[in-house]
Design a protein around this ligand. Structure first.
Ligand code: LLP
Length: 472
């Protein structure tokens, strides 16, 4: 059940999380604002005890503001949910592609979660954040030989996606490692789910994982490799999923494959069901709570094991979006506007598709509020445009807002997942800073990119250096 208040209140207050009103723990993935969101006596939005307007004055605009309490709550809800509802061993690993940086990796690590990485860069970040390699799982459908070597050196678990990788790793392992490398196999389960086609991965026509037709051949091959120890199976069916059934179906398919793999003598004791639980971006989104999702998955695995007569595997889930998505907002400053008579009014903010490419990539819809006018009545319908030279750079179409003026602080909610991690420097716009807020304290966790940062990796060949070029 969705807990965003759908009251008739015609102000920015309508998105404040409803914490006091029920005994059921609030699930952050069902909220648009972080759990600590409040309106203070200046009619300003506060997150983590910090006024958003002040944060922008101090750290600049646009600004990602990450609420530590919300992130820790999602981690705890996943962890406690599996402990409560699954009788076997379990582990939650954070899909760090949702937001990979030292602070986020370090918080989820301190909550006892493992981490999933999909590139040498994410692996490096995770290791630098102090995560132990036994808690790191390396995914990816085209890992390079050097990424595989880094993974072997670090001692993390590797999730094998295809034949080339399997064979390359077997040879790296026999050359470089004295003990067998722990691997999991990623399989394509042939399960459809209702989400954007770009973020669906479990259907048969997917670039990820071994096709079900090849499974027996793969099991037979892996069983003969003394340099590899296959400890489990993995599948991920997609992202921003609101139904529980696809993961329940997946549990059954994976349990059957686990039994088959055991038949080949593989020491498989891990079943990894991937991530995918959705979050609320608007009040009409209705995902299950974290606890409801965990319970459904845990019970499905238990009953499948019972049906197929195998003992309970260690159950792993690897959520990304639902851990970090609702913990963050992006604060922008309102600038110019344009009225197209009889058609629409545009207001423009100082960011857009470079700090949040999701609207232009997936037609994602977001909600917004004006942080410095939280109680002002919502009297205007405007389209919030970004500042990039591209007509499609629209942050939110037809947003309902109070009357805005240049300098107002416009907040876009639920931007923690796949915003910073997919940000670019399009139009040579520097990526925003990010701050972590907690109990009235703010810490810079990502520095704003300056003009110097933008030029840091440019190289100008000598023959292009004309005397009149000023490089300072
Ligand atoms: N495990 C694997 C193997 C994945 O590929 C993903 C996401 C996850 C776990 C985490 O899924 P989540 O819990 O976050 O749904 N850029 C897109 C999302 C791409 C998801 C890619 N894989 C977006 O902005 O919606």
């Amino acid at each position: 059940m969705l807990s965003i208040e759908r009251s008739s209140q015609n102000t920015g207050h309508r998105y404040l999380p409803q914490i006091e009103s029920s005994n059921v723990p609030v699930s952050p993935n069902q909220q648009l604002l972080p759990l600590t969101a409040k309106v203070n006596s200046n009619d300003n939005l506060e997150i983590g005890g910090c006024e958003v307007k002040r944060l922008v004055e101090q750290y600049g605009s646009p600004l990602y503001i990450l609420d530590e309490a919300t992130l820790r709550t999602t981690c705890q809800q996943y962890r406690d949910g599996f402990a409560d509802y699954y009788s076997g061993e379990s582990q939650v690993i954070y899909a760090s592609k949702a937001w990979s940086c030292l602070a986020v990796c370090s918080i989820v690590n301190s909550e006892g979660l493992g981490l999933d990485v999909v590139s040498g860069g994410e692996l490096y970040t995770t290791l630098q954040a102090g995560v132990e390699s036994k808690n790191i799982y390396f995914h990816g459908n085209n890992k390079s030989a050097s990424e595989l070597e880094l993974a072997v050196e670090s001692g993390c678990q590797i999730i094998i996606d295809n034949w080339l990788e399997l064979k390359t790793l077997a040879s790296i392992a026999s050359e470089k490692s004295t003990k067998p490398i722990k691997i999991l196999l990623r399989l394509t389960p042939g399960i459809e789910c209702h989400t954007h086609e770009y973020i669906r991965t479990g259907h048969l026509d997917s670039k990820f994982g071994f096709d079900p037709n090849q499974i027996e051949e793969v099991f037979a091959f892996v069983a003969k490799q003394s340099s590899l120890e296959c400890i489990g199976l993995h599948a991920h069916i997609g992202s921003q999923i609101f139904e529980r059934q696809p993961h329940q179906d997946l549990a059954d398919v994976l349990v059957q494959w686990l039994k088959k793999a055991q038949g080949y003598g593989l020491p498989v004791t891990i079943l990894n069901v991937g991530g995918g639980l959705g979050i609320c971006y608007t009040e009409s989104d209705d995902p299950p709570s974290i606890t409801e999702w965990v319970k459904a998955v845990a019970k499905a695995v238990e009953s499948a094991c019972d049906r197929h007569q195998i003992s309970l595997p260690k159950l792993i889930a690897e959520p990304g979006r639902s851990l970090v998505g609702s913990a963050c907002i992006t604060a922008y400053t309102v600038g110019s506007d344009k009225e197209v008579p009889g058609i629409r009014k545009y207001i423009t903010v100082d960011g857009g598709m470079s700090d949040n490419p999701r609207p232009i990539t997936y037609q994602s819809v977001y909600r917004t509020i004006i942080a410095n006018k939280m109680s002002a009545p919502l009297t205007e319908t405007v389209t919030v445009a970004g500042k990039h030279c591209e007509s499609g750079d629209v942050v939110i179409k037809d947003a309902t807002l109070p009357k805005t003026e240049p300098g107002d602080i416009l907040v876009v909610m639920a931007t923690g997942a796949y915003n910073y991690s997919m940000a670019s420097n399009y139009n040579r716009i520097g990526r925003p800073a990010a701050v972590l807020v907690k109990d009235g304290e703010a810490n810079l966790i990502i520095e704003r990119e300056t003009y110097q940062h933008l030029l840091e990796r440019d190289r100008l060949p000598e023959r292009l250096r004309y005397p009149n070029i000023n490089q300072d």
